[in-house]
Design a protein around this ligand. Structure first.
Ligand code: SF4
Ligand code: SF4
Length: 670
């Protein structure tokens, strides 16, 4: 079909565009290679298979914005199929052979292309209308979110270019098929292009002949012209999203990377691990992480999406120099403000929701490590908490000998696990040991364990803060001191299993102490209580019989995937559970994690805990059940500040169990 001149022009254009694109890709690879450490390649085949399933199923995208996820799937499948279509079209152009009207393998081939083309055109048009006409809230950032100047117009321009490219590329190819049908006769395998072909048939033969050439060039010439733009466009996620998904996330998901640079974190892009630079190229700028972020949700200046997008636009602008080794500015000068860095609760919602396996939270921890290492912690409350933790081993600044004081008012002694063997070693945690509200719940749990005949003990002043949140604040050195102290105490004790009240401690003991060569069987108290109820050691005599909702703690549900035992326990004690929309691994953070509980409250339209209480209140339940001592404190305060006192009561699940077993009077509202 192509003339000799067209053939030469196509080959020359292809050589120029491929060469230009190769330079861009090489720069991108060099930029990623500047990151720290290496890219993990263990179990790469299994990971690649899992990544393929994730991409084809769109399972993470489908968690939210479902119609748009379906539209994205149509575009992806079309684009993938179009690799084959483009090769066939190129061969047709050079050979003169036409698949139009052919049977055999070409019939089904053209049928799939015909249907996918129209679906992709509809899907892409819908995307463009949404972004440019409806401009949904999800694509906007809170005031105060740090954004590179080119991001604001760059995202819209990039989306417009990519959208126009897909419409023109797919639309031209489909129209080209219609023109061929108009010129050479009907093709039952292309019913949709045939409809357009019927409309075009009355056009003069000369116009149709020119149209065939023009649409061929628009379809295939555009692909060539797009190639050099590809490494700088949003479309590069087609290459790096599968790579990112193949490389996977930390396993177990709660474990932080210990591979810090000389004991410090990251100030600049090149200080980050390679994976974190790669994140910027995998990002599809969908803002799903921002939608899930509790800090952004309450109006703060933190946006995990903006962090990735800023990294990406910085790289776009400085790719040549950065790939050659130029030093980049501190990340907090252009990618994320220090205020936003400290707003993060390390809830991992952004990591969980990201469809391409990005982990903006890990960047944040790296930058916090750096700021802490430089002594640039500005929040006086956080400074104070870190000093207390270093001096006393707890954030309350209380002498360690007071750690076990809450046991004194119990009518039975609690064993000292440092002095005698126990079956269950209860690692109590700071809040459950020192906060008066936490102490009452600890006493309730102790009464239940005693009633059930469990052989348990605690470490008394041998226990220190687990260090989970100290680590997420970025104080790696203090985390190590605390962890080593606890490990020495645990090494000296004899026990079968560790019990924790606090999901943060559970995460540290289960996932973080592994870097010190320790691995403990750790259970959460909801798991142990469920087991005791099932074994008949705790008998339900007075079913709770009330409607409740349950809040999944991030460090239990999202980090450690413990979601069903608390629900089964609630069912076992006769409570009727009404789920909040954000439940299980999609839970919404209380706002206390990542050391936020020690920090000064930042301005925002509400607190995350208040947002959550309003979500629960909309269900019409009067009892908000928690399974974390910090949550108890956060949510009782939120009930008061939201004005729900007398309408809603916060209860630790242990209180409902105690009531059901008959050790405590019925829980009242208010
Ligand atoms: S970890 Fe949570 S608070 Fe931090 S950026 Fe991600 S979603 Fe936001
Ligand atoms: S980091 Fe992930 S969830 Fe966030 S905008 Fe990028 S692709 Fe979307």
């Amino acid at each position: 079909m192509l003339t000799p001149v067209e053939r030469v022009a196509f080959v020359l254009l292809a050589a120029a565009c491929v060469g230009w694109a190769a330079v861009g890709f090489l720069q991108v690879f060099r930029a990623i290679a500047r990151g720290r450490g290496s890219l993990s390649t263990d179990r790469v085949l299994a990971r690649a298979a899992s990544a393929l399933v994730a991409v084809l199923s769109h399972r993470t995208l489908l968690k939210t914005r479902r119609p748009w996820a379906v539209a994205h799937a149509l575009i992806l499948f079309t684009f993938t199929y179009y690799f084959l279509v483009n090769v066939v079209d190129a061969l047709e152009g050079f050979s003169g052979f036409s698949t139009v009207g052919q049977g055999g393998v070409w019939g089904p081939f053209n049928l799939v292309a015909d249907v996918l083309s129209v679906l992709a055109l509809v899907g892409m048009t819908a995307f463009l209308v949404r972004r440019f006409v409806f401009r949904p809230r999800s694509f906007q950032f809170n005031p105060g979110v740090l954004l590179l100047p080119e991001v604001v117009r760059g995202i819209r321009r990039d989306s417009a270019v990519v959208g126009a490219f897909i419409l023109l590329h797919v639309g031209s190819r489909w129209t080209g098929q219609a023109i061929r049908i108009a010129r050479h006769g009907a093709d039952p395998w292309q019913p949709l292009a045939s409809l357009l072909g019927e409309l075009l048939r009355p056009l003069p033969e000369g116009v149709l002949a020119v149209g065939e050439h023009v649409t061929w060039w628009l379809a295939l010439g555009l692909i060539l012209l797009f190639l050099p733009y590809f490494p700088r466009s949003k479309h590069i996620h087609l290459v790096f999203a599968p790579v990112n998904l193949t490389l996977g996330l930390p396993d177990p998901p709660g474990r932080l990377d210990t591979n810090s640079r000389d004991g410090t974190g990251a100030a600049r892009l090149e200080d980050l691990p390679k994976r974190r630079i790669l994140d910027a190229y995998a990002c599809i700028m969908c803002n799903r992480c921002q939608d899930a972020c509790p800090a952004h949700g309450v109006g703060k200046s933190l946006s995990p999406a903006a962090l990735e997008i800023n990294k990406r636009y910085y790289l776009n602008r400085h790719l040549a120099s950065f790939s050659r080794g130029a030093e980049s500015p501190a990340l907090w000068e252009y990618a994320i403000s220090t205020e936003a860095l400290w707003a993060c609760t390390t809830c991992a919602a952004c990591v969980h929701i990201c469809p391409v396996g990005n982990a903006p939270m890990l960047d944040i921890v790296e930058m916090r490590r750096e700021l802490v290492g430089r002594g640039e912690v500005e929040d006086p409350n956080l400074q104070d908490a870190l000093v207390k933790l270093a001096k006393y081993g707890n954030s309350f600044g209380r002498p360690e000998r007071q750690r076990g004081q809450w046991t004194r008012s119990l009518p039975f002694p609690v064993k000292d696990a440092r002095k005698e063997p126990v079956d269950v070693l209860w690692f109590v945690g700071d809040f459950a040991s020192f906060d008066p509200r936490g102490q009452e719940r600890s006493q309730a749990l102790a009464r239940l364990l005693h009633h059930a005949g469990v052989d348990f003990g605690i470490l008394y002043e041998g226990e220190r803060n687990s260090g989970n949140d100290v680590r997420r604040v970025g104080e790696e050195g203090l985390f190590e001191v605390l962890a080593e102290h606890n490990i020495r105490a645990l090494d000296r004790a004899r026990f079968r299993v560790v019990l924790t009240t606090d999901p943060h401690s559970l995460n540290a003991l289960r996932n973080e102490y592994g870097s010190f060569g320790r691995s403990y069987p750790v259970v959460h108290y909801t798991e142990l209580l469920l087991q005791l109820v099932r074994e008949g050691k705790l008998q339900v005599r007075r079913p709770v019989g009330r409607k409740v909702t349950y809040h999944d703690p991030c460090y239990l549900a999202r980090y450690n995937r413990v979601t069903e035992p608390p629900r089964q326990l609630l069912a076992a004690v006769g409570a009727e559970l009404v789920e909040m929309p954000r439940n299980r691994e999609n839970t919404f953070c209380c706002g206390a994690g990542g050391g936020r509980i020690w920090m000064t409250e930042q301005p925002g339209k509400e607190r995350p805990s208040e947002n959550r209480i309003r979500e629960a209140a909309a269900l019409g339940v009067d009892t908000f059940v928690v399974a974390c001592p910090k949550d108890y404190a956060m949510y009782t305060d939120a009930v008061k500040s939201c004005g729900y006192e007398g309408r809603m009561v916060v209860r630790d699940i242990v209180e409902l169990v105690e009531q059901a077993v008959g050790l405590q009077a019925e829980v009242a509202v208010g």
